[in-house]
Design a protein around this ligand. Structure first.
Ligand SMILES: Nc1ncnc2c1ncn2[C@@H]1O[C@H](COP(=O)(O)OP(=O)(O)O)[C@@H](O)[C@H]1O
Ligand SMILES: [Mg+2]
Length: 258
């Protein structure tokens, strides 16, 4: 019953890390739900879903949104339910790929200050419902930034992984994310070094990130190659390269459960 959120600057490797952890945990026998919470959804591609372009994200399910909230998608200002039924949505709409249940949230435009629309309320309720009630290991592939689903939701995350590359902007961003996360009460925050080419990269990340680095995803030409194909990025070579990271995250999860 662990909820892991993966954050970091855009392009650092959040989706890569989410995919690798999801499939490794599923392979190890955990029940994994991977939530693609990025409006530019791409986790399905990385996990090797057969026709990822056919996935209809929840935010685009107009009828479902209207039935559950009582208002049409995009209808700002209309009266709608703030607590729509969501408990059956994960089962209904997740698709299974290599043992991972994947749920794609889609993009939700939030209007001006304080203005929300029905699909936003539905997504927000769904994520908080899952964070609170799920018996699975939940892996949330986030949009860059933490504000997306607001305090109440993200606060119930057990473990936040911040993905960091060996560059200044990405380490500075990691610091900002850490601060935001601490502010909303997330206690377990660790960094993941990503696209690490050599010891210099590793040292740079270690020395410039104010968060303990739990593991690394080495730079991988194989990973780049796999991204051109319609297969999962989790090949045996990549699994081997990232076994240390998976094990480290796994031991953190274990120590948190005690
Ligand atoms: N370890 C790695 N080796 C090589 N390329 C990588 C690695 N990690 C990520 N990438 C590449 O970097 C790009 C961004 O990665 P992605 O996981 O999509 O980042 P994010 O989700 O943070 O935007 C992708 O094209 C991905 O293939
Ligand atoms: Mg991504």
């Amino acid at each position: 019953m662990m909820k892991i959120a993966v954050s970091g600057k855009g392009g650092t490797g959040k989706t890569t890390v989410s995919a690798l952890l999801s499939s490794a945990f599923a392979e190890a026998g955990r029940n994994v739900i991977a939530i693609d919470a990025d409006s530019n959804a791409n986790l399905a591609y990385y996990l090797g879903v057969e026709h990822p372009e056919d996935i209809v994200p929840l935010s685009d399910m107009e009828q479902e949104i209207e039935e559950r909230t009582g208002a049409k998608k995009g209808s700002y200002g209309a009266l709608f339910k703030m607590n729509p039924k969501v408990d059956d949505l994960p089962e209904k709409y997740s698709i299974e790929v290599n043992g991972v249940k994947l749920l794609t949230m889609g993009s939700v435009t939030v209007g001006g200050t304080g203005c929300v629309c029905p699909e936003y309320v539905l997504m927000k309720n769904l994520v908080s419902h899952m964070l609170l009630n799920s018996n699975e290991t939940l892996i949330l592939d986030m949009e860059a930034g933490l504000e997306h689903f607001g305090r109440g939701v993200t606060a119930s995350v057990d473990l936040l992984l911040v993905v960091v590359n060996a560059d200044r902007v990405s380490t500075v961003t990691a610091g900002r994310i850490e601060k935001l996360a601490r502010d909303i009460g997330i206690k377990n925050i660790y960094g993941v070094g990503s696209r690490v080419k050599n010891d210099e990269d590793r040292d740079y990340i270690n020395n410039n990130t104010g968060i303990e680095i739990v593991g690394y995803v080495p730079y991988s030409a194989e990973l780049e190659r796999l991204q051109k194909e319609d297969k999962s990025i989790c090949s045996s070579e990549i699994r081997q390269d990232t076994a240390g990271l998976v094990q480290a995250v796994d031991s953190i999860l274990h120590s948190m459960q005690i």
